[in-house]
Design a protein around this ligand. Structure first.
Ligand code: SF4
Ligand code: SF4
Length: 441
C-alpha cells in the first residue's frame, strides 16, 4: 500500500486524486506504519492550521502540542492521538475545501483517509462501546420500531434521563424519533421492480435510507410527491440495507463491506435498466459516491452505482435543464435560510437546492455553508455535545439574524441541530417539504 503517495508526483502538477485505502495490504494492520503516518500528517497540520475552524480535530491537535513538554509533536503521548481521531466525523471538508497538500502534492495529505485508517485499526484492535455500536445501527432500531408499540417504547427510552446517562448520551441532545409509519410503508404502492423491468419508462429508484425510512420519513415522501407531479416514475428497491455510513464512522469496515454487498448488486440491476438512484440523505449519497469507491476501487458494480446515485436536488436540476421540471408553483416561500450540509458541499456539485427553490416566485434563498456540528452521532454523545453546539453557532446565529420565513437543511439531522441551537420552538423544514408546499401538492 502506498502510504504517503510521495512517489505519485513530485509536485502539484496533476488533477487531485485520492489514494485507495486497501484493507488487504499488510501495512493497513501495522500499528507502527499507522503511527508514523499520523505523526507525519499531524506535524504538517500543526504547522499549517488552515483547518482550525472546521471541526474539533484540529484544535485538539494544536492544544495537545501546545500543552506538551517541548511544545513539539514528538512529546505528545501517542495514546493522545486517539483524541484527535475521535473528534473527526469524516465530513471530508478539510480534504475537499481547504487542503493544498492533497495528492499529487509531494506532502500527500489526506486527513480524512488517515482518520478512517486510524478508526478502522482501532475498531479491529479494540472494538467499540455498546453505545457506539447502538448508535451505528439505525437500520436495526428502525426495523424494531415497526413492531406495534415498540416505536413508542424506543422514543420514551430515548427521552429518559437515566437511560441517557447510562449510555453517555447528552441530556439536551435531540435524539431522532422513530416512526412506525415508515417511508417504505407509506409508499408501498410505488412501481415494483417486476413492473419496472417490463416498463419502457425509466425514472427514480428511491433508496430511502434507514434514517429517511424510519426517523425522518417526510422528506422522502415529499420527494415522491414532487416526482409524481413531474410525471417521473418512482420505484422502491425490493429491499435495502443501511448504506454503512454510521459503521464507517465507527471504523467497522467489515460491516461497511457487508452493507455494500447487500445493496450494490441490487441497485446495479436498476442502473442496468436505465434508472437513477436518489437518496434523501447527503451522507448516504456520499457513501455511494465516495467512500465505497475508495474502499473497493476495483469493484465494477460499485463504480456503476457511483455514477447513477444523485442527491434529490441534483437530480431535479438535471430534469430542469432538460425542460422536464414543472414550474407551476402555487405558493411563494418568502425568505428561506438554507443550510448547505458538508456532505453535500464536499461533492462540489453546485448550489442545486438554492437554484431549484429560487425558481419559485416570491422566494429568496439565503445560503449558509458552515458546518452544523451534527456529524452523524457526534452531536448526541455526552463528550461532544457542547463542542458540536459551538460548531453550530455561526449557522444558528445567521438564522437568528435573517429571521427567515423558513429554515432547513438538505440533511434532516443538521436541521434538527439548528432547531436545537435556536431553542425557540421553531421547526426546521426540509427543502423537499418546502418545494412540495410551493407546488401545492
Ligand atoms: S474530515 Fe471533517 S471532521 Fe474530520 S478532520 Fe476533516 S473537517 Fe474535521
Ligand atoms: S488538512 Fe491540509 S489544510 Fe488542513 S491543516 Fe492539515 S495540511 Fe493544513
Amino acid at each position: 500500500m502506498t502510504i504517503s503517495g510521495k512517489s505519485a508526483c513530485a509536485g502539484n502538477c496533476e488533477a487531485p486524486f485520492r489514494l485507495p485505502l486497501n484493507r488487504k495490504d499488510s501495512l493497513f494492520h501495522d500499528e507502527d506504519a499507522l503511527f508514523q503516518e499520523l505523526e507525519r500528517i499531524f506535524d504538517i497540520c500543526y504547522g499549517c492550521r488552515r483547518c482550525l475552524n472546521l471541526c474539533n480535530a484540529f484544535p485538539t491537535l494544536v492544544e495537545l502540542v501546545d500543552e506538551s513538554a517541548t511544545m513539539e509533536l514528538d512529546s505528545v503521548a501517542k495514546q493522545d492521538y486517539w483524541k484527535i481521531v475521535d473528534n473527526c466525523y469524516l465530513c471530508d471538508l478539510c480534504y475537499a475545501t481547504k487542503c493544498p497538500y492533497i495528492p499529487p502534492h509531494e506532502q500527500s495529505v489526506d486527513f480524512p483517509r488517515l482518520m478512517l485508517w486510524a478508526k478502522a485499526f482501532n475498531f479491529s484492535e479494540r472494538g467499540a462501546s455498546f453505545r457506539d455500536r447502538l448508535l451505528a445501527s439505525p437500520g436495526r432500531i428502525g426495523r424494531l420500531a415497526t413492531i406495534p408499540l415498540v416505536a413508542q417504547i424506543i422514543n420514551a427510552a430515548g427521552n429518559s434521563r437515566s437511560l441517557r446517562s447510562m449510555l453517555h448520551l447528552h441530556p439536551d441532545a435531540p435524539l431522532p424519533a422513530c416512526h412506525r409509519d415508515t417511508l417504505r410503508k407509506r409508499r408501498n404502492n410505488l412501481v415494483s421492480s417486476a413492473s419496472a423491468a417490463k416498463s419502457v419508462d425509466t425514472g427514480v429508484v428511491l433508496f430511502s435510507t434507514c434514517f429517511g425510512n424510519c426517523n425522518e420519513p417526510d422528506p422522502g415522501d415529499d420527494l415522491c410527491a414532487i416526482l409524481e407531479h413531474n410525471a417521473i416514475p418512482v420505484a422502491l428497491p425490493e429491499k435495502e440495507h443501511c448504506c454503512g455510513m454510521p459503521r464507517l464512522e465507527l471504523g467497522d469496515l467489515d460491516a461497511v463491506e457487508k452493507a455494500g454487498k447487500e445493496n450494490i448488486p441490487l441497485l446495479a440491476e436498476w442502473v442496468d435498466k436505465g434508472w437513477s438512484i436518489v437518496a434523501p440523505l447527503p451522507a448516504c449519497v456520499l457513501m455511494f459516491k465516495q467512500w465505497l469507491p475508495l474502499l473497493f476501487p476495483d469493484d465494477p458494480l460499485v463504480q456503476k452505482v457511483r455514477g447513477a446515485v444523485f442527491d434529490p436536488f441534483e437530480y431535479l436540476v438535471q430534469r430542469h435543464e432538460e425542460g422536464r421540471l414543472k414550474t407551476d408553483f402555487k405558493h411563494s416561500l418568502g425568505v428561506v435560510s438554507y443550510h448547505l450540509p458538508c456532505h453535500l458541499r464536499v461533492r462540489n456539485t453546485g448550489m442545486n437546492t438554492r437554484d431549484i427553490l429560487s425558481l419559485i416566485p416570491g422566494t429568496h434563498v439565503e445560503v449558509i455553508a458552515s458546518c452544523s456540528g451534527r456529524g452523524g452521532s457526534y452531536a448526541i454523545k455526552r463528550e461532544h455535545y457542547e463542542v458540536s453546539m459551538e460548531l453550530a453557532r455561526p449557522v444558528v446565529d445567521r438564522v437568528r439574524q435573517v429571521i427567515p420565513d423558513h429554515y432547513g437543511s438538505d440533511c434532516p439531522m443538521a436541521g434538527r441541530q439548528i432547531e436545537n441551537g435556536l431553542a425557540n420552538g421553531s421547526r426546521a423544514e426540509h427543502p423537499l417539504t418546502l418545494l412540495r408546499r410551493a407546488y401545492g401538492i
